[in-house]
Design a protein around this ligand. Structure first.
Ligand SMILES: NC(=O)c1ccc[n+]([C@@H]2O[C@H](COP(=O)([O-])OP(=O)(O)OC[C@H]3O[C@@H](n4cnc5c(N)ncnc54)[C@H](OP(=O)(O)O)[C@@H]3O)[C@@H](O)[C@H]2O)c1
Length: 323
């Protein structure tokens, strides 16, 4: 595993971190397999774990708590998130800060996460949705400063809404936000336009989430894929999205080098960008942990392939199903 400096935090985070959403809200989660997958990730040097209170109302955080306790000799960075008070994903430009993140709510949910995680201090507490229009509202700043002063949170970050990478630029200028979590992959290259240059300038940590476009960039979805009703992906991969996603993924197939999978190519594309500090693929299977961590070997994609993949940028705008 290779490590990168996580912005101004001075942490050395593993290039491949661990996305923990699927452990709670996705169908097909097998507890024994997940335990093995988490153990293998840690043995292989993974030290950055991304969860959220909302992932199973604390269930994913509790799994992480167990992992941290059983690996107390190693420094594992714990990143979690505060849900908006109106529990609506994503936020909308007309939502007020008061209905999403009043100071009392930021403090209440940080306390809940501290209990679930069984730690005294959360390494990275993130806002689970965000509107840049809130940048200059003192309400959230007072809670951030209080929680840091009390030693309950080390650093704060923003997890930006899907396909809205610029919806945090003014907020970063406040100096109170040390990291951003953003969707960045072969399709979603828009963070390169404004967000990454600003993060570089301000030395803000960058977490690339959803590296496989929720599964499309593993090349394993087909137009006939059906998700169980209680799996959130059944509401995301509606026919309109599933069909075009599969077509976009199929267009990549001729480019995959021999001996490589589409998933490996997808991760290596992200690893080519030094503006990204850690990637957090969602993983529940041992074989996926093995495959994903093995991409952190310092070997870059051929430049000609990287340039071809740049042409597969797919700019999308939020819809009623995009969440
Ligand atoms: N608003 C937010 O803040 C927000 C939103 C979305 C996600 N996130 C974070 O980002 C993380 C990653 O996003 P995600 O989990 O939604 O989507 P993702 O990482 O794009 O895709 C996860 C899917 O890819 C599969 N997979 C992983 N490695 C693979 C491999 N090598 N080969 C084939 N399939 C592979 C996983 O399978 P298995 O699960 O079966 O292993 C899972 O079905 C989340 O877990 C969460 O921590 C945050």
């Amino acid at each position: 595993m290779k490590y990168r400096k996580f912005g101004r935090t001075n942490w050395n985070v593993s290039e491949i971190g661990y996305g923990m959403w699927g452990l709670a809200d996705w169908s097909g989660a097998d507890k024994q397999e997940i335990d093995k997958a988490l153990s293998l990730a840690i043995e292989s040097g993974c030290n950055f774990f991304d969860t959220a209170w909302a992932y199973g109302d604390g269930k994913s955080e509790q799994i992480l708590s167990h992992v941290v306790k059983t690996n107390a000799a190693k420094k594992l960075y714990v990143a979690t998130k505060i849900p908006a008070k109106n529990f609506t994903w994503p936020s909308k430009p007309w939502f007020t800060l008061e209905e999403c993140f009043p100071a009392t709510h930021i403090i209440e949910y940080t306390e809940k996460s501290l209990q679930n995680l069984k730690v005294d201090c959360i390494d990275l507490q993130q806002f689970h949705v965000w509107e840049d229009g809130w940048a200059n509202n003192d309400e959230w700043k007072s809670a951030v400063e209080k929680l840091k002063k009390e030693g309950k949170v080390k650093h704060f970050g923003v997890s930006v809404n899907r396909w809205e990478p610029d919806n945090v630029l003014n907020t970063l200028q406040t100096g109170l936000i040390d990291s951003v979590q953003v969707i960045y992959n072969i399709f979603d290259q828009a963070p390169e336009d404004n967000l990454f240059p600003l993060c570089r300038k301000l030395n803000v940590g960058v977490i690339a989430r959803v590296p496989f476009d929720e599964g499309t960039l593993t090349g394993m979805l087909t137009k006939d894929t059906v998700f169980p009703k209680d799996d959130w992906r059944s509401t995301y991969f509606v026919p309109e999205n599933l069909n075009s996603s599969v077509e976009h993924a199929d267009a990549l197939k001729p480019l995959i080098p021999s001996g490589m999978t589409m998933a490996e190519m997808a991760l290596r594309f992200i690893l080519c960008n030094d503006d990204v500090h850690t990637i957090i693929p969602g993983m529940r299977k041992v074989r996926n942990v093995q495959a994903n961590i093995s991409t952190s070997d310092g070997k870059k994609l051929e430049e000609s392939l990287r340039l071809k993949l740049k042409n597969h940028r797919w700019d999308r705008t939020p819809t009623e199903w995009s969440q």
